[in-house]
Design a protein around this ligand. Structure first.
Ligand code: C5P
Length: 232
């Protein structure tokens, strides 16, 4: 599995995202499109960015009954994205249905990864709101294992968890890790961060980097620095 840097394009309009991507005249970055941009601009923005030569991680985090997720995944697969995701809490059956929906008639499909517990959920809210009483680290690993059992390709996780996920689910099970910051950068609202070089050392397969690139004075230089630290 080739390591890559995915830029979180957390913009809410086509004009902003295309203006940002126009800066990249050499290497075309792998782009993450999230709910904000997708709901603002619809499937057309996915097609447009794809046509410009970028790989796309469509981060819509599906979670519904298996039949609905299966049919929705078939639609996303038709958009020719390279990676998409869902919530592992939707159960193994939902994840299996998602994979079925995602698989094209010729047998190819985008990578499918699972969100375990959101990093915004802590032990207290998990126990009080969700009535889950196991330690959160075990819940995360159990959900990752469920994703593996369902046949998914990997999980989104903190770079701090990537090593443990690989121990539990195998080296080929992909870890996609946000929470990346440069050693000399501003960490913003992220709590537990790692540099691209540390994420590489710990075994992340893809890093998702937003503001350290999108808000940089020179986004192309910031992206190239991530690639140099993480990929090269
Ligand atoms: O700007 P920043 O580098 O913090 O952006 C990280 C991206 O990864 C955002 O799109 C954010 O929603 C996403 N993400 C995250 N933490 C998670 C899951 C996703 O930061 N646990």
């Amino acid at each position: 599995m080739g390591k890559d840097v995915i830029i979180a394009c957390d913009f809410n309009s086509k004009a902003e995202v295309l203006n940002f991507l126009d800066k990249f005249t050499e290497r075309k970055p792998y782009v993450k499109i999230g709910m904000e941009l997708f709901y603002a601009e619809g499937p057309a923005i996915v097609k447009e960015i794809k046509a410009r030569g970028h790989k796309i991680f469509l981060d819509l985090k599906l979670h519904d009954i298996p039949n609905t997720v299966k049919k929705s995944m078939a639609v996303l697969s038709g958009l020719d994205v390279d990676m998409t995701n869902l919530h592992a809490s939707g159960t193994v059956r939902m994840m299996e249905a998602a994979l079925e929906g995602l698989t094209r008639p010729d047998g190819t499909r985008p990578l499918l990864i699972a969100v375990t517990q959101l990093t915004s959920t802590d032990q207290e809210s998990m126990e009080n709101d969700l009535l889950i009483h196991e330690p959160i680290a075990e819940v995360v690993m159990h959900y990752a294992h469920n994703a593996k059992v369902a046949g998914l390709d990997g999980v989104v996780c903190s770079p701090l968890e990537a090593g443990k996920v690989h121990d539990r689910c195998g080296e080929k099970f992909i870890t996609v890790t946000p929470g990346v910051r440069f050693a000399d950068g501003d960490i913003g609202d992220q709590k537990r961060v790692m540099t691209p070089a540390e994420a590489k050392k710990i075994g992340s397969d893809y890093i998702v980097v937003g503001r350290p690139i999108t808000a940089a004075a020179d986004p192309v230089a910031a992206y190239n620095r991530c690639v140099a630290e993480f990929v090269d």
